[in-house]
Design a protein around this ligand. Structure first.
Ligand SMILES: [Mn+2]
Length: 359
């Protein structure tokens, strides 16, 4: 075969590649159309009967040189790619998705910007116990130059006999202390009816892990103009987590911070298993800022620092950890809260540049 002949054949192959590409994309467009029509009718996208009919027809018409099994394999791949297109199209519809909005969402909490590339921190006791207890922690937070104070007033506990929190009284204490120390308040709300009355005390509404799929609560938080910190459920997949955020945003409130707080696995060395890879996945899939709660994911004081380092290294927008003046007598989570000395050491180790800067 002459060089010229080979060139000619290669050119023909190139042309066929081009035609195939064109046809594949044309098929893709049609499949997307079908996907939309099916969605409108509420019909399942994948239809194995239809796929079998298509394959049979193709194989009937196949006169080589490819074997039937090869043809089947090639077309199965094409079908799969079409199904993926439909799925991507569906995902595109989510308001919280990167596909919908490529730019990062920045949540502004009274001047503290979460999600703009700077690292932010939320500290405070597990539960609000008294004005004095919250003040002590708040002063330590302020002294280190942080601005976000957490504290639980409504505590959904595993056991109904455990401390349930001070309720609205606890929120009032948080507000008073935060105003005195010039901090912002983050606290959990558990009842949709409490969202409105709590607004005057809160700067960020927290929706806890046990309520991640409390859809009425998500809707209530979504219909007010206040940032929301949404924690991942203890047995929730990333997809379920993203859809929970979508519930909030679908009501009009897009000021959402996602918080990875560990998931339940068979591992018992930690209270939960910190799903650290969820952070970059959530950052890729959504435009929302992502926090890591190192206290509840590990349940161990000795792991707070290494997991916080990991969280920041992997791209989290911030870290949340619990601090109590005297964890030994704390009414909840006494095993994993830091005391004020440990809090000092934690910040010094985690953010040496911050402390150096202050000196
Ligand atoms: Mn706690």
């Amino acid at each position: 075969m002459s060089h010229r002949e080979l060139d000619r054949l290669r050119q023909e192959v190139d042309e066929i590649n081009e035609q195939l590409l064109h046809l594949l994309n044309k098929r893709g467009e049609l499949v997307k159309e079908i996907g939309k029509a099916k969605e409108a009718q509420g019909v399942n996208r994948y239809d194995p009967v239809r796929e079998r009919t298509m394959l049979n027809k193709i194989q009937e018409q196949n006169d080589g040189p490819f074997q039937q099994s090869t043809v089947e394999h090639l077309f199965k791949e094409i079908f799969k790619a079409g199904l993926e297109l439909q799925k991507n199209d569906h995902r595109k519809a989510l308001l919280v998705s990167r596909k919908k909005k490529p730019e990062d969402t920045v949540v502004n909490i009274k001047g503290t910007k979460v999600g703009d590339g700077t690292q932010q921190f939320i500290f405070g006791p597990c539960a609000v116990e008294s004005y004095e207890q919250v003040t002590e922690v708040a002063k330590a937070i302020k002294e280190k130059g942080f601005t976000l104070l957490r504290g639980g007033a409504f505590k959904p506990r595993t056991s109904p006999y455990d401390f349930q929190g001070l309720g609205m009284e606890g929120l009032k204490i948080l507000r008073q202390v935060a105003d005195e120390q010039n901090l912002s308040v983050i606290s959990e709300i558990v009842n949709p009816a409490d969202v409105e009355p709590a607004l005057q005390y809160l700067d960020v509404i927290q929706i806890g892990a046990r309520n991640m799929q409390n859809f009425e609560l998500l809707k209530a938080a979504g219909s007010v103009n206040k940032p929301v910190l949404l924690k991942r459920g203890l047995a929730a997949t990333i997809d379920e987590f993203i859809n929970a955020a979508e519930y909030i945003m679908a009501q009009g409130n897009g000021q959402i911070i996602l918080c990875e707080r560990g998931i339940r696995t068979y591992e018992r060395a930690t209270r939960n298993t910190l799903d650290i890879s969820a952070v970059p996945i959530l950052k890729q899939e959504t435009h929302l800022p992502v926090f890591v709660d190192v206290t509840h994911s590990t349940g161990r004081r000795d792991l707070l620092l290494p997991t916080a380092k990991a969280a920041l290294a992997i791209g989290a927008d911030g870290v949340m950890a619990e601090v109590h003046p005297d964890p030994a007598v704390a009414l909840s989570d006494s095993a994993q809260q830091m005391d004020l000395g440990q809090f000092d050491a934690f910040v010094r180790e985690l953010l040496p540049q911050k402390i150096a800067h202050k000196m």
